[in-house]
Write a protein of this length. Structure first.
Lengths: 104, 132
């Protein structure tokens, strides 16, 4: 099963680090870094810089994000911040404001 | 102790209390608060305030004060506990702090340093005799 699940009603104010997968359905303010994949579900609010192996965003993120592999902004996602990743997809219906660095 | 698996948790209903897991490889430095249950397999350095149940697994540790509906400790806790329900300290637990709850149970083998303050009515035979 997934390593860490931050449920809908839960708020973390501070720093969350993980060696494994992280799924966020709640709120994180501060910093999020994981060596595994990170999923930010629809309805989740992340006001933090995020670094992960890969990142899928369905919710709202305010902060800079970086991923070793890829960043996927899903439909309904909202990202305000810069993206640093080798691969990036932005789905129809996602909103994004920021710069992209694909490390070319 | 029914606890729905996190995978089954409804993603559509906003009202359903979700359950959260802080995995083995995870670490939080800061405050954790909110509704629903939380299982801690990793580390938390900071206070935890929950409307639901908190359980600290064998691999889990919390350094900070804890406030939850009920608290079950199998791992390590350094801090005070305020619980509206039961506080259960299992055999493998290492706990340092003051426990406050409706009921507090301490299993044989657990290491514990602190005060226990459980609020309950004494049974009649232990009550001070009237008119003596």
């Amino acid at each position: 099963m997934a390593g860490t699940i931050i449920g809908q009603g839960i708020t973390i104010e501070g720093e969350l680090t993980s060696d494994e997968e992280v799924v966020v359905a709640g709120t994180i303010r501060g910093k999020l870094s994981a060596d595994g994949p990170v999923t930010i579900e629809a309805g989740a609010v992340v006001e933090a810089d995020v670094s992960a192996a890969s990142l899928a965003v369905g919710g709202t993120v305010t902060g800079n994000v970086s991923a070793a592999e890829r960043v996927d902004l899903l439909g309904g996602a909202r990202l305000i911040g810069d993206v640093k990743a080798a691969r990036l997809t932005i789905a129809d219906g996602a909103s994004f404001k920021g710069n992209v660095d694909m490390d070319v | 102790m029914a606890r729905g698996s996190a995978v089954e948790r409804s993603r559509t209903s906003e009202t359903s209390e979700s359950s959260s897991v802080l995995g083995r490889g995870a670490r939080v430095r800061g405050r954790v608060s909110g509704d629903g249950d939380l299982r801690v397999e990793g580390q938390i350095e900071g206070d935890v305030t929950l409307s639901g149940e908190l359980s600290i697994d064998q691999t889990g540790s919390i350094r900070g004060d804890v406030d939850a509906a009920s608290v079950t400790i199998t791992g390590v806790l350094q801090g005070d506990v305020a619980s509206r329900g039961a506080v259960t300290i299992r055999a493998s637990a290492k706990v340092k702090g003051n426990m406050g709850g409706a009921e507090v149970s301490l299993e044989e083998g657990a290491s514990f340093a602190g005060r226990i303050e459980a609020e309950f009515d004494l049974p009649a035979e232990l009550m001070p005799r009237q008119g003596r």
